[in-house]
Ligand binder design. Structure first.
Ligand SMILES: CC(C)(COP(=O)(O)OP(=O)(O)OC[C@H]1O[C@@H](n2cnc3c(N)ncnc32)[C@H](O)[C@@H]1OP(=O)(O)O)[C@@H](O)C(=O)NCCC(=O)NCCS
Length: 297
C-alpha cells in the first residue's frame, strides 16, 4: 500500500470519505485540518504508534492506544485523527489476508458511523467510542451487510464470531431494518469471510452480548424484527444491566437522562421509556448461535 504522510489533509479527507463519514462530518473534519490540529495533538504520535502496534493482535491485549488521553466525550478528536492516520495499514493487513480492498475499507467504515453517532448524541462533530474502535483497528472486524462481526477470544480462551448490530440509518424507519433476510445473509457471509481470511482462528459459534437479546424486549415488541432477532439466540445465565444501553441505542442519550423528555413516537421508544419509568430495568444478555444452524445456504 502506498503510505501517505499521516495527516496530509487531502489524503485524510479522501480516507474519511471511504470510511463512511457523513457530509456534515467531512466538512467539519476539513475545517479542523484547515485550522490546524487540536492543542493536545502532541499526544497524537503516541496514539498512532500504539494503534499501529495493535494491528493483528486480535485479542486486543496490547497497550491501550488512548491511555494518555482524558476520559471525556469531547476528547475524541485526537483518537479520530490517529484512526484516520493508521487506517491504510489496517486495510493493508486485511489485504494481506486476502480481503478485497473495497471490503477492507468497508470494514473500517464504522469510524464514520461512530462520528455520526457522536453528532446524534452530543449535537456536534467528534468521537466518543474510540475504545470500541481500537478493537476494530486490530484487524479482525468485518461489516458484512446488515451486521458487523469480530473475532473475539472469550475468557476461557475460546474464539467466537462476536456479532454487532449497527443502528438503523438516519433516513427514517425503513432504512436498514433488521429483516430476517438481511440477518440470514450477514450470518452466511460471516461464516464464509472468516473461514477464508482467518482460517488460523476457526470458530463454531456466533456470540452476542446486547440489550437486544433480552426476552423482555422481544415480549414488548411482538411480531417485530427485534423480537425475531432475539429468538435466534440461545442465552446463557449471565444477566447484566442494560438500562443505559437501551436508552443510548434507542434515543442517542447518555446518562444522566430525563426519562420524561424522551420521545414516544415508536413502539420501541414507548417500551424502553415506560419500563424504566415504572422502575423496571432492561437486562443485558449473552447468547450464541451455532454456525451451521444459524446460516442457511
Ligand atoms: C436493531 C434495529 C436496527 C432494529 O430496527 P427495526 O428493524 O426497524 O426494528 P423493528 O421492526 O423490530 O421495530 C419495532 C418497533 O420499534 C421501532 N424502532 C426500532 N428501532 C428503533 C430505533 N432505533 N429508534 C426508535 N424506534 C425504533 C420501530 O419503528 C417499530 O415501531 P413502530 O411499529 O411503532 O414503527 C434498531 O432497533 C436499532 O437501530 N437499534 C439500535 C442498535 C442497537 O441497539 N445495537 C445493539 C447494540 S449492543
Amino acid at each position: 500500500m502506498p503510505s501517505d504522510p499521516p495527516l496530509d489533509p487531502v489524503a485524510v479527507l479522501t480516507r474519511a470519505g471511504r470510511l463512511g463519514f457523513h457530509q456534515q462530518d467531512l466538512m467539519d473534519l476539513r475545517a479542523l485540518l484547515d485550522d490546524g490540529l487540536p492543542a493536545d495533538s502532541t499526544r497524537l504520535e503516541g496514539c498512532v504508534e500504539r494503534l499501529r502496534a495493535g494491528i493483528g493482535r486480535l485479542a486486543v491485549d496490547g497497550p491501550d492506544p488512548w491511555a494518555e488521553l482524558p476520559d471525556d466525550p469531547d476528547q475524541g478528536l485526537v483518537p479520530m485523527l490517529a484512526l484516520l492516520a493508521v487506517a491504510p495499514e489496517v486495510v493493508g493487513y486485511q489485504i494481506g489476508r486476502g480481503v478485497e480492498e473495497d471490503q477492507a475499507w468497508r470494514n473500517l467504515a464504522d469510524l464514520g458511523q461512530q462520528v455520526w453517532v457522536h453528532r446524534l448524541t452530543y449535537g456536534r462533530f467528534g468521537l466518543h467510542n474510540q475504545g470500541w474502535l481500537r478493537m476494530v483497528w486490530a484487524g479482525g472486524f468485518a461489516w458484512l451487510g446488515r451486521l458487523q462481526f469480530n473475532l473475539q477470544r472469550l475468557e476461557d480462551g475460546e474464539w467466537v464470531l462476536s456479532t454487532h448490530i449497527p443502528r438503523r440509518g438516519a433516513d427514517g424507519p425503513d432504512s436498514d431494518r433488521l429483516s430476517a433476510v438481511a440477518v440470514d445473509e450477514s450470518l452466511a457471509r460471516a461464516v464464509r469471510f472468516y473461514a477464508e481470511h482467518f482460517p488460523d482462528l476457526p470458530t463454531t459459534d456466533f456470540w452476542c452480548r446486547s440489550w437486544l437479546l433480552a426476552p423482555e424486549l422481544a415480549a414488548a415488541l411482538p411480531g417485530s424484527n427485534i423480537a425475531a432477532f432475539q429468538r435466534r439466540w440461545l442465552l446463557d445465565d449471565h444477566i447484566g444491566d442494560g438500562d443505559n444501553d437501551a436508552v443510548y441505542f434507542t434515543f442517542a442519550e447518555q446518562a444522566p437522562y430525563d426519562l420524561r423528555r424522551l420521545p414516544r413516537t415508536t413502539r420501541l421508544e414507548r417500551a424502553v421509556a415506560s419500563r424504566l419509568e415504572r422502575g423496571g430495568h432492561w437486562p443485558l444478555r449473552r447468547g450464541r448461535i451455532a454456525q451451521p444452524l444459524g446460516c442457511p445456504a
